[in-house]
Design a protein around this ligand. Structure first.
Ligand SMILES: Nc1ncnc2c1ncn2[C@@H]1O[C@H](COP(=O)(O)OP(=O)(O)OP(=O)(O)O)[C@@H](O)[C@H]1O
Ligand SMILES: [Mg+2]
Length: 264
């Protein structure tokens, strides 16, 4: 479970660039629930994920992950609780290490032991099995450097990495945005499978209104650092992509000429 209470985030306080990125966000997500997050550029989506992951410390409010109060804990201190996949396939893994070294590091997230014992015996077999499930043939390339993989392959491996430390929370920040449509669909199907199998509490930021409605159980929209829409169940089922676009338009107070971009 994730619980975020009255979160406020101010960047650059006291400078001409001061920006209130989150302005009193309250949100509770039950264990195993998959929430999609939408909102225009600068709405505060990545900041909210940062507050959960620990790289943004809020000026006010409280963050709970399960029973753990983590509001002021560092990313390292909560690494065993939260896993993340980013938009840029290069961000979530280390290009100069092999696939299996990356997997070993991910499995050790939140622990302080070295790399070598992690690769011994059974663990290596387990990694091979998990990578084989992707059906990308990467199980035969475990010793290849990560930077030899395509962006899509790398995101698929990043998703497997995100599940290895046993954390219950998965944060996805536009993790398919840099992929071609075929690979984006592959990674989305994989995401759905992993989230369901492992009952992960998931937040997925997307600019695709279609993805936002097609995946997960609930959709929230952020605007100006506040939650302006929170729908689940039948209310969500009855929503169309066009309805979301109309809400975007209303929020921005302007006419969009690029509606097509949002349908994606
Ligand atoms: N580290 C930072 N320092 C200063 N301002 C920041 C920082 N991070 C974010 N901001 C500002 O806070 C606001 C919210 O940013 P955020 O990245 O959360 O938006 P977003 O909803 O993820 O947008 P996008 O769709 O473009 O990714 C923006 O105005 C942004 O410029
Ligand atoms: Mg963002």
């Amino acid at each position: 479970m994730i619980s975020v209470k009255d979160i406020k985030v101010v960047f650059g306080r006291g400078t001409p660039l001061q920006k209130q990125a989150l302005n009193g966000v309250n949100l509770t997500i039950e264990q195993g629930s998959f929430v999609t997050v939408i909102g225009s550029n600068g709405a505060g989506k990545s900041t909210l994920l940062g507050v959960l992951a620990g790289d943004v410390i809020p000026s006010e409010g409280q963050v709970l992950i399960g029973k753990n109060e983590v509001t002021r804990k560092s990313t390292a201190a909560r690494a065993g609780l939260v896993a993340r996949v980013f938009q840029d396939p290069l961000t979530g893994s280390c290009g100069s290490l092999s696939i299996e070294e990356n997997l070993a590091l991910a499995a050790r997230r939140g622990e302080k032991r070295g790399l070598a014992p992690a690769l011994a015996g059974k663990r290596r077999d387990y990694f091979r099995e998990r990578i084989a499930e992707l059906n990308l043939g990467l199980e035969n390339r475990l010793k290849d450097r990560m930077d030899l993989l395509s962006g899509g392959q790398r995101q698929a491996v990043s998703l497997v990495m995100a599940t290895l430390a046993g954390s219950e929370v998965l944060l996805l920040d536009e993790h398919t945005a840099a992929l071609d449509p075929g690979m984006a669909e592959f990674v989305m199907n994989l995401t759905q499978k992993i989230v369901a199998e492992r009952k992960l509490t998931t937040m997925m930021v997307t600019h695709s209104m279609r993805q936002a409605l097609d995946y997960g159980h609930r959709t929230i929209m952020l605007h100006g650092g506040e939650i302006v829409l929170d729908v689940a169940g039948d209310n969500r089922k009855n929503l169309q992509v066009e309805d979301l676009i109309a809400m975007f338009r209303k929020m921005r107070g302007q006419t969009l000429d690029d509606d097509a971009l949002l349908i994606g």
